[in-house]
Write a protein that binds this ligand. Sequence first.
Ligand code: XMP
Length: 510
Amino acid sequence: MEKIIVVDFGGQYNQLIARRVRDCGVYCEIVPHTIGIRQLKAMEPCGLIFTGGPNSVYDEASPHISGDIFSLNVPILGICYGCQLLAYMLGGKVSPAEKASAREYGRTDTSYLPGSALFDAGSGITWMSHGDYIAVPPQGFNITATTAACPVAAMECKEKRLYGVQFHLEVNHTQGGIDMLKRFLFDVCGCKGTWKMDSFIDTTVAELRETIGSNGVVLGLSGGVDSSVAAALLSKAVGKQLTCVFVDQGLMRKDEGDMVESTFTGLFDMNFVRINCQQHFYDRLKGVSDPEQKRKIIGAEFYRVFWDRIRQSYGDGFFAQGTIYPDRIESGKGSAAVIKTHHNQVKQPDDIKFLGTIEPLKDLFKDEVRRVGEMLGLPHELVWRQPFPGPGLGVRIIGEITPERVHILQEADAVLRDEMEKCGYDKEMSQFFAVLPGVKTVGVMGDGRTYDELIAIRAVTTVDFMTADWAHIPYDILGRVSNRIINEVPHVNRVVYDITSKPPGTVEWE
Ligand code: XMP
């Protein structure tokens, strides 16, 4: 399989670069800059891309890579810091921008000179973000683009198949950036662009059959996108050899447990085990209102129930999980590579000896996982499900969790979802939900005094959930939601809207 390797030097657009390459039909992986050259060679890349990064090539602590990389003799495209690093490693001159006018951030008019393999002569807007600049390219390189502040906005050495652009061709703001990337992939690296999702499904299904053979495989199904798509893929590969174990801890949204069950028992060939342990969780959570303690109890009980069931019946085959690519990307920032930890990568107990762990989605980005899910016929509401916290409604019920309070929140949340879906506003939001803050207020209904629960509505827009804006939902939608919740959900007499961004708030209330 043709493959492009993106070498991570700590830039903020690394995942975007990989996504763009895959969008062009070429499989792509990101590796940290600390990777050994032999390991890189074993991956048999058709080409390499050096990413941007926040450092200066002259800083001692800045990320570098061994000059042996050039012995691989594959085309390299350096972007921003990656371009400066190429220049520095090959004897060019990188200078710090002493004057502010030599730094470029954002939209920049760029002149393209004749003779480049990546673009035609002319001019256009590029997106820049750099302090240092290349003053003199290495010997054997031609300057192929310039800007008012930057004498070397792009350079190339056709003979050695080395290319560098100071600008970020991967972002939408760079006019024609994707065409430049395509020319690198197809004209320079000779890729054909045959990486497609349907070929992914066929190849993965064949691999899964080969690995699993006649053994069983067990998958922990949460009802989230990743584990649901993994379940659908495994079902296509091995049918009834697959057992999905779904723990319903009584903290899902309204009807969600039933929806998961009917989807997987109705649409797919597999064994589906639903562990109904709602009461067990409510018993364990009785009288507990500290948020951290609730989280700990829910997490610990979940795994106890889950592994107990596996131990009883399914511990002798393979264990599968829905890990996806961003869960396991190593970031090359700093001298020590850090692996992002993620709840999807479950720690297995020592006393269960599986034949191995299977992660069929480990190379896919979230949007690719969703495409696979749709192609395998999963329902839209599962494929496009919003993120849902592991502890479920437990972190949206402030104070003690009781079955009655879970019911109130489920009903209020269902009204919110229904109204948002009806007006199509659900697609504008990254995440929205109802919260039960545990505050009682006085109201008047039917000429009588009420003293009942308050519901808070939370809705955010965000790219990465690290920061988020509160969503500006139109007042008429909020009005309808409020009316319906108060009329339809017993024991609620007031609705408020949370207008806190993250930071200082978090998305969830606990
Ligand atoms: P916060 O509240 O940290 O949430 O701003 C950011 C995103 O993470 C989700 N979230 C969780 N997801 N287990 C999860 O799998 C958890 O314990 C958890 N807590 C928060 C939250 O829904 C939001 O999308």
